[in-house]
Design a protein around this ligand. Structure first.
Ligand code: TXA
Ligand code: MG
Length: 324
């Protein structure tokens, strides 16, 4: 491990220059994006990418999302067809990841793509992520900055709770605005591989046709293990109220120990989701969750909640295997 003490950096130019220098030296730096905090490594350095898997305690090499500054940088690593270009024009920078064929001379470590012929690429909108990409001048591979299988981080404190002492630095840019990971699309034809921070309805409106579901039995979303984003405690979904001993995560007019959005606003609920789960998990009690409508950002929220509630082979207290 390359760090005994994890530096906490601010977001000024000197901080981002230091963060970029650490990445260039092959160290790991967590940083904010508009969705969740990412655990960044220079995507061109195999040893740095391998260190991501080690720091997360990820058992297998799942392919990682590559973050770049803009469409021009994305086109140096991936091949864009007309749909991909239209989606990039409509939604980048923003919470959309496109899985595209690797371009010749892409320069990425094969560990980033886990040996696949495609790469997942995204242009983050967060100014701190953009500042870091500019300071590095290269692609950054970054899964969510949590221990494997645990809740994704939306604050620097969440990152430190899981990874302090295991990574070189975290850039503290405050809480993430979107709160759930990016929407992932496969293209040719367009498929929804992971619901996320960009509602599928918005993608369908831009494409002018419905998205297809993921193909069955393929490796299209190999990181999508069922038990994922999991708190240490058990989670019970679609609960109208808490039972004895449970804490209750409310939504809209179903109030609880915490409420994802008292006004029923799905964007606010997404932004609060992981932070509220972290806080309720700290009580050590099982968590009951109010129903959340399955439309717009509600699809991403329900996807993460289903994974949080999924049975875990090793039991709730030892934490789930796999995942990102
Ligand atoms: O919002 C986000 O997307 C966050 C922030 C940090 O940008 N990142 C994130 O990365 O969620 P990660 O590594 O936790 O999720 C990567 C997902 C996995 O489900 C993986 O299987 C899928 O992207 N993926 C990556 N490359 C792929 C490929 N070539 N084909 C299909 N799926 C791929
Ligand atoms: Mg993840």
């Amino acid at each position: 491990m390359n760090a005994e003490t994890t530096l906490i950096l601010g977001t000024g130019p000197d901080d981002l220059a230091q963060a970029a220098a650490l990445l260039r030296e092959g160290h790991l730096v967590a940083f904010p994006t508009e969705t969740v905090y990412g655990l960044g490594a220079d995507a061109r350095q195999g040893a740095a990418v391998a260190a991501v898997y080690a720091a997360k305690g990820r058992p297998e090499f799942n392919p990682l999302i590559v973050h770049v500054a803009d469409l021009a940088a994305a086109e140096r690593i991936a091949v864009f067809d007309a749909d991909a270009r239209a989606l990039a024009a409509a939604f980048w920078p923003g919470p959309l990841t496109l899985v595209l064929p690797l371009a010749a001379g892409h320069g990425l470590s094969s560990l980033v793509t886990a040996g696949l012929s495609t790469v997942a690429v995204r242009v983050p909108a967060h100014p701190v992520a953009q500042g870091l990409l500019a300071a590095l001048g290269g692609p950054v591979a970054a899964p969510s900055a949590n221990r494997s299988g645990r809740i994704s981080p939306t604050r620097a404190a969440h990152v430190l709770a899981g990874l302090s002492g295991r990574i070189a630095a975290v850039v503290d840019g405050g809480p993430c605005g979107v709160g759930v990971e990016s929407t992932i699309l496969g293209l040719g034809p367009a498929r929804l591989l992971r619901p996320g921070g960009l509602p599928a309805e918005a993608v369908e409106a831009a494409l002018g046709r419905p998205l297809l579901p993921p193909e069955d039995g393929t490796i299209s979303a190999p990181g999508q293990l069922l038990s994922h984003y999991a708190p240490a405690a058990a989670v019970r979904l679609n609960a109208d109220a808490a039972r004895d001993g449970e804490v209750y995560l409310g939504f809209h007019d179903r109030d609880g120990d915490l409420n994802l959005s008292p006004s029923g606003d799905l964007a606010q609920a997404a932004a609060n989701l992981f932070d509220h789960l972290h806080r309720l998990d700290a009580t050590g009690r099982p968590i009951a969750v109010a129903p959340v409508p399955d439309r717009g950002l509600g699809r991403a929220i329900n996807d993460r909640l289903r994974r949080a509630a999924a049975p875990r082979p090793s039991g709730p207290s030892s934490g789930p295997p796999g995942g990102g």
